[in-house]
Unconditional design. Structure first.
Length: 163
């Protein structure tokens, strides 16, 4: 996590160590798992990289039977994370047609992308591309196979109740 925060901040080990008031060697040892920082030290380093520590509910996934023996991956709750505006779906999620890039700020594009992800996506696709607010906004108007709609309905309802 420290390496990810440093990398996302565009900082070198030395630069982040200076900002956080620790040595380059110690920060390197934390990043490589040779040492474990105390929580207060971890927070100080993460803050120096421009991030905050936050508790985020753990999302688990279950497999539900879909059409013709395919499985549908369903999260325990909808991801609240921000998602990129433009996404390119992997071919395992959307294998038909030539178009794989979608603008999630556009309702029609989002509906097509989310239909494919909800029906064919894996756990990481759901985490990477689906946002609770964006899905709840269009769910009732989406074309979804009956098994997909049934599998996701209670999760979307939970997302609505969380508003």
């Amino acid at each position: 996590m420290l390496r990810s925060a440093r990398s996302q901040a565009g900082l070198t080990v030395s630069a982040l160590a200076d900002r956080a008031g620790t040595s380059r060697a110690t920060l390197s040892a934390y990043e490589h798992g040779r040492k474990a920082p105390m929580v207060t030290t971890f927070e100080r380093i993460v803050n120096a990289a421009g991030f905050a520590i936050a508790l985020e509910p753990l999302i688990t996934f279950r497999q539900v039977a879909g059409y013709r023996g395919r499985t549908i991956t369903v999260p325990s709750q909808l991801p609240q994370r921000p998602v990129p505006e433009m996404v390119t779906l992997p071919s395992r999620v959307l294998w038909s047609g030539k178009r794989r890039m979608f603008d999630l700020s556009n309702r029609d594009d989002r509906a097509i992308a989310y239909e494919a992800i909800m029906t064919n996506g894996e756990a990481q696709d759901i985490l990477d591309f689906i946002n609770a607010d964006l899905l709840v906004e269009i769910f009732d108007q989406m074309y979804l196979p009956p098994a997909t709609r049934k599998a996701w309905q209670s999760v979307v309802d939970l997302g609505r109740d969380g508003d």
